[in-house]
Design a protein around this ligand. Structure first.
Ligand code: 3HC
Length: 328
């Protein structure tokens, strides 16, 4: 599939490359890391800004559905763990904004692009977290899907992004485990708790599958991004890997994946499963998911109300810089 996509997009056609582009592609093919001061094609830079920026926004917006439960976590211990997790997500967003800044775009610019609709964040965060079991399902499924996508990105070609991924993946593994731990408690709890766990799985299953992006045939960026090693796997490859990993976990929990067609396919060595409703995915991307407006409104409010903090900190930094120059 990958070879087919590359061929059809013509990205590996060296005849069409300038000598600089060909030398750049050689470095990528040899597994070298590209660093911020290295020459890079404009398209490579723009693709990275789009992907890293979108990823950073996802980490920050992803705090909202979980933050919603900090004051309602069932025990003090669960509350502390959730607080730590939400703080981790803020940290991930900041590493990623820093990685994007090395490409010559400012954090302010990225945020403005998000707020005026030029940039996206992950579709998954437009779904609400209605019960405590949803916090378990988010950790178990959403963080697991994120890890599935991000572990390969530790080997991506852009140095600052790949290094940010190493740290982020370590923390995401903890997040996945805390989600699974909540699911174990709920699935083995009272009848009502088990019902909540099943309901959370029912609502998050298809949105989690959508996180990997559209089917390969509809993925506009995969071929170029994979040739540049900005993306290491196709959307469908990762989605399949996710399903194969999650099925035995659901069995362990005694929960049922809400897909009547789900079955092990001996010949393929993988599970067959039903596609999500792709019209719903595109509708969410157009801004019509259950929580799109609420999420963007929260980001806009934080951006507007935080202006005085940003300005104060900048003024302080400038004052320190001026004093340092004067002392030299
Ligand atoms: N949500 C929102 N938009 C999505 C999407 C999703 N789940 N999947 C695809 N899209 C968008 C793409 O951005 C693109 O739109 P654009 O041209 O306006 O940017 C369009 O749909 C076509 O999709 P493609 O497959 O061609 O796009 P990509 O090649 O960029 O692949 C991706 C999409 C797999 C998400 C890729 O960008 C990627 O690997 N990104 C890095 C990882 C990332 O962003 N993860 C966010 C997950 S959440 C998270 O990490 C938080 C954690 O705390 C849980």
């Amino acid at each position: 599939m990958y070879a087919q996509m590359i061929e059809s997009s013509g990205t590996s056609n060296r005849d069409e490359m300038t000598p600089e582009e060909a030398a750049f592609q050689d470095r990528i093919d040899a597994g070298e890391k590209i660093e911020p001061r290295d020459w890079m094609p404009d398209g490579y830079r723009e693709t990275l800004i789009r992907q890293i920026g979108q990823h950073a926004h996802s980490e920050i917006v992803g705090q909202l559905p979980e933050g919603n439960w900090i004051t309602r976590a069932p025990t003090l211990e669960r509350k502390l763990i959730l607080l730590a997790k939400v703080q981790d997500e803020a940290g991930h967003g900041l590493y990623l904004y820093c990685a994007a800044e090395t490409l010559g775009v400012s954090r302010d610019d990225l945020t403005e692009r998000l707020l005026d609709g030029r940039m996206k964040y992950s579709s998954i965060f437009n779904y609400p977290t209605l019960t405590w079991a949803d916090i378990g399902a988010v950790g178990w499924l959403v963080d697991q899907a994120a890890i599935m996508n991000q572990v390969p990105l530790q080997r991506c070609s852009y140095g600052p992004y790949s290094r940010a991924m190493i740290r982020i993946c370590k923390e995401e593994s903890f997040h996945q485990r805390q989600g699974f731990d909540i699911m174990i408690k709920m699935a083995r709890g009272t009848g009502e708790q088990k019902r909540m766990a099943q309901d959370a799985l029912n609502r998050f299953w298809y949105p989690a599958l959508m996180m990997f992006g559209p089917p390969d045939g509809d993925s506009v960026h995969s071929a170029r991004s994979m040739a540049w090693r900005i993306k290491m796997n196709t959307n469908d490859e990762l989605r399949q890997k996710f399903v194969d990993d999650v099925v035995p976990q659901a069995e362990f929990l005694g929960l049922t994946i809400p897909d009547g067609t789900l079955a092990w396919n001996e010949e393929r060595g993988h599970h067959d499963f039903a596609d999500p409703d792709w019209s719903e995915f595109h509708d969410v991307l157009r801004g019509n998911g259950p929580c799109n407006r609420e999420r963007l409104e929260a980001r806009r409010k934080a951006w507007d109300e935080g202006r005085w903090v940003r300005e104060g900190m900048l003024a302080h930094a400038r004052k320190k810089e001026t004093a340092k120059i004067a002392a030299e």
